[in-house]
Design a protein around this ligand. Structure first.
Ligand code: ADP
Ligand code: MG
Length: 297
């Protein structure tokens, strides 16, 4: 290989805001035929906002403030959105016995309206593991919100389902065009997320990913298993993500791509970092790698 050409490739990359860990990365990029994309913060902006609260109990204010208080202790984008939303209804009480389950939800105890409440907020499987189940009517309402594309979490107070919080996220403005380019470069886009299936499908449809290529409800550990499975099917896998929960999968992929807006852990695990966190930089990196390698061969 001509070191000059490789150097030129990596330095052109840095001008474009693409940080390439080593020249070897350019080789790996060439063979990729599948691009696995994390949903929240990668395909979408990751700036969630609570747009609706559905209460099953009669105390909406209690549900909202209790959920917000506990979420104020978490750094997840869902948590920050819920905390911001709850602050509009009054100051948030202190939290005791806070616990967080990555990819599941949070729990804690709060004192509100003169009583101590046990609060659990998260996805359905997390609540079920806590012994809290939804009635079929509540489940129907949850599904309807998810099918509209809202990331929806359940709030339980003292062991009973109190309501739902529905959050909106928006696909990045360049998602459709970047995914179109990746397809024309011969890469098959796959969406991988811990969020629920109906939400993931709604996003996939909006950005041009085949609903058959959606893997939802995937825990951080299972993201790695999914990459291994695709590789065992003979696919050469590029993966793009931003979270702590994506790091192991990025390291396992044939080519790991991190978003610059994401966590340090993701960037450390990746071969390539997109500084501007735009999706268009991914087809650009692939084009750059191929052009650089052509100069060498
Ligand atoms: P993603 O793959 O979209 O980044 P995560 O693996 O972080 O998602 O989370 C998966 C799901 O777990 C979320 O969609 C949500 O239902 C639930 N969840 C995770 N963290 C929290 C939290 N702090 N509060 C409530 N729910 C959460
Ligand atoms: Mg993410």
């Amino acid at each position: 290989a001509t070191p000059t050409a490789l150097l030129a490739g990596t330095s052109r990359g840095s001008q474009l805001g693409i940080l390439i860990r080593s020249a070897q990365v350019l080789e790996d990029t060439r063979g990729a035929n599948t691009i696995v994309m994390d949903k929240t913060g990668t395909v979408t902006e990751g700036k969630l906002e609570v747009v609706d609260a559905v209460e099953f109990s009669d105390n909406r204010n209690l549900m909202v403030r209790a959920a917000a208080a506990v979420e104020a202790r978490s750094e997840h984008p869902i948590a920050q959105a819920i905390a911001t939303f709850g602050q509009k209804s009054g100051s948030l009480p202190a939290v005791q016995n806070f616990e967080s389950a990555p990819g599941g939800g949070v729990r804690g105890n709060v004192e509100l309206d003169g009583a101590t409440h046990t609060v659990v907020v998260g996805q359905q499987s997390f609540l079920e593991a806590e012994g809290i189940s939804l009635t079929s009517d509540q489940q129907g309402q949850l599904r309807a919100q998810q099918e509209s594309g809202f990331t929806t979490v359940i709030v339980a107070l003292d062991g009973n389902v109190a309501g739902l919080l529905c959050l909106q996220d928006t696909p990045k403005s360049d998602a459709i065009s970047a995914i179109e380019k990746l397809k024309s470069q011969g890469l098959r886009p796959v969406l991988l997320t811990g969020d629920a299936e109906p939400v993931a499908r709604a996003v996939a449809t909006q950005v041009g990913i085949d609903p058959h290529d959606v893997f939802a409800g995937v825990s951080p550990e299972d993201k790695v298993e999914k990459i291994k499975q695709l590789q065992s099917e003979g696919r050469v896998v590029a993966m793009v993500g931003d979270g702590v929960n994506d790091a192991a999968a990025l390291a396992r992929a044939d080519l790991g791509i991190a978003m610059g807006s994401g966590t340090d852990v993701a960037m450390e695990a990746a071969d390539l970092t997109i500084m501007r966190s735009d999706l268009e930089s991914i087809p650009t990196s692939i084009r750059l790698s191929k052009a650089t390698l052509k100069l060498i061969k």
